[in-house]
Design a protein around this ligand. Structure first.
Ligand code: 6GU
Length: 227
């Protein structure tokens, strides 16, 4: 999978070199490229934003600069993901769908966001006809300073679903956020007793049927509490 991210803060993406995602890049499963939005400006101040038409607080990112950055990146079959707190909520189901894409482009807005014509243009122009899909996505009901951290969240959730990225693919099937809505059961390791608290008896029983039943019940209990 090819991933491009466009940002005015490329340094935000340093953690992408660590752990599973870092290894996946080393093994050629993921090719992640970070682009500095300011490198597409042509004025002396490297301006990326201006005041909103109609007035109001904050600044809006200039469509012309985003166009310069996006035009050469988008190909047929690219998924363009515009990060905004006003977008559709990112879910495990969405992560599964995006993990089947061949090309993701993350547009990280700052300030009050990106001029809406960028979304409109890539949803309607020859890019849309060529197969580019545009998504506005949010990672949750809170406001971040920009889309960088949200992109990292999405990239991590998506890339771990690519075949070969996880060392043990079974951990995918037994997963904490099974898309069917269950949260994972609680887990225990050594020692059998820690600070007076014992591991549940059933887990020591060797009875795999009973263990599976207990875990399902625990997961359901957790799910009830979480929602
Ligand atoms: Cl994608 N961007 C910003 N700025 N805030 C957010 C978000 C995105 N998702 C949740 N909050």
């Amino acid at each position: 999978m090819k991933i491009d991210a466009i940002t005015i803060f490329p340094e935000y993406f340093a953690p992408a070199q660590l752990s599973l995602l870092g290894k996946a890049q080393g093994r050629g499963l993921v090719e992640l490229q970070i682009h500095d939005l300011r490198s597409f400006t042509s004025d002396n101040h490297n301006t990326v934003d201006d005041t909103p038409y109609g007035g109001g607080a904050g600044m809006v990112m200039l469509p012309e600069i985003w166009g310069q950055a996006l035009d050469p990146l988008l190909i047929s079959d690219s998924d363009l993901i515009i990060l905004t707190p006003a977008g559709s909520r990112f879910t495990q189901k969405m992560a599964e769908d995006f993990s089947k894409s061949s090309h993701l482009v993350f547009a990280c807005g700052r300030y009050e966001g990106i001029d809406d014509r960028v979304r409109q243009y890539y949803s309607q122009s020859q890019f849309a006809k060529a197969g580019v899909r545009v998504h506005e996505v949010s990672v949750g009901d809170y406001v971040l300073g920009g889309g960088e951290v949200a992109s990292l969240v999405m990239i991590e959730a998506i890339t771990r679903l690519i075949p070969g990225v996880l060392g043990n693919p079974e951990s995918l099937t037994e997963e904490s956020h099974n898309s069917d809505g269950y949260l994972e059961y609680p887990n225990f390791t050594k020692p059998q007793e820690w600070r007076g608290i014992s591991v549940p008896e059933v887990l020591l029983s060797g009875n795999h049927g009973e263990i599976a039943k207990w875990r399902k019940l625990q997961a359901q209990e957790r799910a009830k509490k979480a929602f």
